[in-house]
Design a protein around this ligand. Structure first.
Ligand code: S3P
Length: 750
């Protein structure tokens, strides 16, 4: 809920031009509780009389002069081309008043002010409310016209801060959202988002109207025509003025549009279905993305939401479920599919926010991608050298994997790119990939401390290197192998411990040989990828939350279907089994180069263990849930050699330690690990192992899900804050958790 706007502290407000815009401003100010006088001047005496009758203004007339002295703030709401005459009348009468305007173009109005005054007076704050309607005149005034709408102000460096604050207060009182930019940028932005669409609508209707005399086509025009041309009903005089005043920016926008139409025309002429699909698909998804922004449901919008889980103590864990597709493999399927020659069909794709961001980024680089529809994605590969420069920065959400793998493959492109992510990702270290990429000849700039955003300069000749990784990281290894596709010679990476090998497996599956010998993987640059179908197994990292849920809850019996059990990912299985879990793999099989099985798990008492260090990289994402298993075991569980946990989506050692302490579980934190004192006892009588409480997930999806599972053995409710990011890796977590027997309530808090 937005707070009630508060009325501006002006002595009196003069509105020059009492049409829809000026009248709505007066109405909104009255509604905000403004008690000062509002007067208006308009060349039409009837409009002024109507404004007084409607109670919008206190007084007014057709002459400007009488009203200037009694006002402390003046709003110019006359058509753009009438502005200069009004300014000439105003100039000799101005004293200390603040002046603002509502014109749809800003550079032309600023130029008019400078012609009249010789400079832009510091008490002038030009502005533009992005709101309107096809209706005209004060009779259509609407007190809510500006509520939740944007108002752009275009102050200059020497604008008086007090004047700016007062104009901001004026619009804030109307419920508007304020933005600031230069007049030039305003005109460029509006030329594209408002002026060009109006020009096209006017032109289309006029073109068809001429033909209509011969063909009578309006009688058959349907919804598409109506939707596209609604704005052609707007005020012709106003729009003539806008196009005259914003000529250069509109012509620039029109040039871009004509080039786009020419590209499509060529595709239609040549019957180039792929080119058409690329444009339509990008446009269709861009339109949906725009919708989600408007509806506040996109991931970027969700970042500002606080989703809270309330998980009741106790519950059961029984049934047969399939968790969503593997995140690591989903990212890679889009990347390699896009760089392959031919069409790649993906099944089981994870429709989480992170992998969707990867998919969108490739669309922005000219790749036609259909879907996802229930996990099916069709990628029309463009070949290793077929990507095109995106129009702006590529946004990869919460995903370290996406940013690091993208950096590798973008280092080899002919064009520049910028990679950016959400607040959490923008804190994570990127030097680990930027340094070796630079050794290969890449040119990469990072923000301070080697953090995102990354700016990657295109057109560099890369050469293969032999790299000894200082940490066990599949992301670093994959980044370098992807850069190696574009490098001269051989790119070789040595890992200090085995890490997930999905990149190597998938490259081989796409006919691009990656060799391995011991702890080294390598490839030769300059080959090509051939499209190949991909079946994404369920994500063992998502399955882990339910494995732990069943492992700690007496009476549980759960079957998890089609889970990926790649040997570089099964640390969690090995660790749980070592702790005494009753876990069996059923029907092991291989799909598309990745081993898969159904996993059955039933309750059995757990005991604390020293986690073998060779299992750490194989279970790196599973520790938040494994810490919950440790809290429910008998005896102490010790983890060392896991300093990488400190640079995940949160510092996972500290985040889990804090939450466990809240629940009353003793633990000791070390730089590279933790000791957790398990709360189970040999006789296993108590239902609850610890208390409930309120914990903060710090926006980390895996911390949120781990504490949800912990509630199964708590004595009271566990409340978990900041859970929106669960959607990055596990869409549908809440529904599946409820289905197996957790009692979980999801709420949005302000
Ligand atoms: C991933 C590698 C791991 C893992 C991440 C996914 C990948 O990161 O934590 O969730 O897909 O390559 P590091 O390589 O940084 O260990």
């Amino acid at each position: 809920m937005s707070a009630m706007p508060c009325a501006p502290a002006e002595r009196g407000i003069l509105i020059v031009g009492l049409g829809l815009i000026g009248g709505s401003l007066a109405a909104a100010l009255k509604a905000s509780g403004y008690r000062g006088r509002i007067v208006a001047c308009d060349c039409d005496a009837d409009e002024v009389a109507r404004g007084i009758d409607m109670g919008l203004i206190d007084d007014g007339g057709t002459q400007l002069a009488p009203w200037v002295a009694e006002s402390s703030l003046i709003v110019l709401a006359v058509p753009v081309l009438a502005m200069e005459d009004v300014l000439r009348t105003l100039a000799p009468r101005l004293d200390a008043q603040v002046v603002t305007d509502v014109g749809s173009t800003k550079s032309a109005i600023e130029a008019a002010v400078v012609r009249v005054f010789g400079h832009l007076p510091p008490r002038f704050v030009l502005g533009h409310p992005i709101a309107g309607s096809e209706k005209n005149g004060v009779a259509a005034a609407d007190a809510s016209l500006y509520r939740q709408h944007k108002v752009i102000l275009t102050p200059r460096e020497d604008t008086d801060p007090d004047a700016l604050a007062r104009v901001r207060a004026l619009w804030a009182a109307c419920g508007a959202q304020l933005l600031e930019m230069t007049p030039e940028r305003h005109d460029q932005v509006l030329a594209r988002t408002s002026h060009l669409p109006h020009l096209l609508a006017f032109s289309l209707v006029d073109t068809l109207a001429r033909q209509d005399e011969r063909l009578d086509i309006f009688r058959y025009a349907a919804g598409g025509f109506r939707d596209f041309t609604r704005i052609a009903g707007s005020d012709p005089v106003m729009w003539r003025d806008i196009f005259s005043a914003n000529r250069d920016a509109v012509l620039g926008a029109l040039d871009e549009f004509e080039a786009g139409v020419a590209r499509l025309r060529r595709a239609v002429t040549e019957g180039d279905g792929d080119a058409m699909l690329a444009v339509f698909d990008r446009a269709s998804h861009a339109r949906q993305y725009f919708d989600t922004l408007l509806n506040q449901t996109s991931y970027q919008a969700m970042e500002q939401r606080n989703i809270r889980y309330r998980v009741s103590p106790g519950g059961a864990v029984r049934g047969q479920i399939r968790v969503p597709g593997d995140k690591s493999i989903s990212h890679r399927s889009i990347m390699l599919g896009a760089l392959a020659d031919g069409v790649t069909e993906v099944h089981g794709f994870l429709e989480g926010e992170d992998s969707l961001a990867t998919l969108q980024a490739f669309r922005e680089m000219g790749v036609a991608i259909e879907g996802p529809h229930h996990g099916r994605v069709t990628i029309h590969g463009v070949g290793l050298h077929g990507l095109t420069a995106p129009a702006g920065p590529l946004y990869v959400g919460n995903s370290g994997t996406a940013m690091r793998l993208f950096a590798g493959l973008l280092a080899g492109q002919a064009f520049d790119t910028e990679l950016t992510g959400d607040v959490s990702l923008n804190k994570r270290p990127m030097g680990r990939i930027a340094d070796p990429l630079r050794e290969m000849g890449a040119v990469i700039e990072t923000a301070e401390g080697g953090r995102p955003p990354l700016t990657i300069r295109g057109g560099q000749a890369l050469s293969g290197i032999r790299y000894d990784m200082p940490m066990a990281s599949a992301q670093v290894k994959s980044c370098l192998l992807l850069a190696g596709l574009y490098a001269e010679g051989e790119t070789r990476v040595r890992e200090p411990a085995p890490t997930r090998d999905h990149t190597e497996r998938m490259l081989n599956g796409f006919g691009y040989p990656v060799q391995r010998d011991g702890d080294e993987a390598w490839l030769q640059g300059g080959g090509r990828l051939a499209a190949s179908p991909i079946d994404v197994p369920s994500d063992i990292s998502s399955a882990t939350f339910f494995l732990v849920a069943a492992a700690i809850t007496p009476g549980s019996d759960l079957l998890l279907e089609h889970v990926g059990i790649n040997p570089t990912r099964i640390g969690v299985i090995n660790i749980l089994q070592a702790m005494g879990a009753d876990l069996t793999l059923q029907e092991p099989r291989e799909v598309g180069g990745e081993p898969v099985a159904d996993i059955r798990i039933r309750y059995a008492p757990l005991k604390g263990i020293d986690i073998p260090t060779d299992q750490v990289p194989l279970a790196i994402d599973e520790f938040p849930a494994l810490f919950v298993a440790a809290a429910n075991a008998e005896g102490v569980t010790r983890l060392r050699g896991a300093e990488e946990l400190r640079v995940k989506e949160s510092d996972r050692i500290q985040a889990m330690a804090d939450g466990l302490t809240t629940l009353g579980v003793d633990n000791t934190v070390y730089p590279d690990g933790i000791d957790i004192v398990g709360r189970a006892s040999a006789d296993e009588t108590p239902a609850a192992h610890y208390r409930g409480g309120q914990v903060d997930s710090l926006g980390d999806h895996r911390i949120a899900m781990a504490f949800a599972v912990a509630a199964l053995r708590a004595s009271d409710e566990i409340v978990i804050d900041d859970c929106a990011n669960v959607a990055t890796s596990f869409p549908g977590f809440v529904d599946l958790a409820r289905r197996v027997g957790l009692v979980l309530d999801e709420q949005e808090v302000s």
